[in-house]
Design a protein around this ligand. Structure first.
Ligand SMILES: Cc1cc2nc3c(=O)[nH]c(=O)nc-3n(C[C@H](O)[C@H](O)[C@H](O)COP(=O)(O)O)c2cc1C
Length: 152
């Protein structure tokens, strides 16, 4: 999808109809790796793909998503929180560009069972993903959805 169309078509999708393929996952992970991080310190971050139902069942607020990708960071602060947003957003776009449903997820972060995220890393942000019946068509976005002041 071309960039402008993709940006206006993306949306939070919370209803999933099945598991994603490994090829689809690969493209999503590649997009995450293409994301920007503060100071270019990529080793401060880890991605964990959770597709194991025993673990998913223990996670809050994931809308029965068959795949959750968790972004974790070493000693997360403001820099890591913002970087996590950029990485997860890249992955969300890559998922929906392939016709998958995806959504940003903070709700599950505190309920990820111990031992899932690598030692020394703390979960910051997550993405829920799955097949969906939703269609992606450009949305009318009000210009004042985010109130803006221009200083010039
Ligand atoms: C930082 C952040 C955290 C979010 N956490 C959740 C969440 O835990 N659960 C959820 O259903 N949606 C979550 N969302 C999705 C937002 O609710 C959604 O993006 C917003 O309502 C706008 O809708 P849209 O994405 O369809 O434009 C989160 C979004 C962001 C950016």
């Amino acid at each position: 999808m071309e960039t402008e169309k993709m940006i206006s078509s993306r949306k939070a999708v919370r209803q999933y109809t099945g598991q994603i393929t490994d090829e689809q996952l690969h493209k999503i992970l590649l997009a995450g790796n293409a994301g920007p991080v503060g100071m270019g310190e990529y080793d401060n971050y880890r991605l964990t793909v959770i597709q194991k139902s025993d673990i998913l069942k223990q996670m809050n607020g994931i809308y029965d998503a068959p795949t959750v990708i968790v972004l974790s960071a070493k000693n997360p602060g403001a820099m890591e929180d913002v970087s996590a947003g950029a990485i997860v957003h890249n992955m969300e776009l890559a998922a929906e560009d392939q016709g998958l449903g995806a959504n940003y997820n903070m709700a599950s972060v505190g309920s990820i069972p111990s031992g899932v995220v690598p030692d020394g890393f703390k979960a910051v942000f997550a993405l829920t993903i799955g097949q969906t019946a939703e269609k992606f068509v450009p949305r009318e976005i009000p210009m004042d959805r985010i109130k803006t002041n221009i200083v010039k």
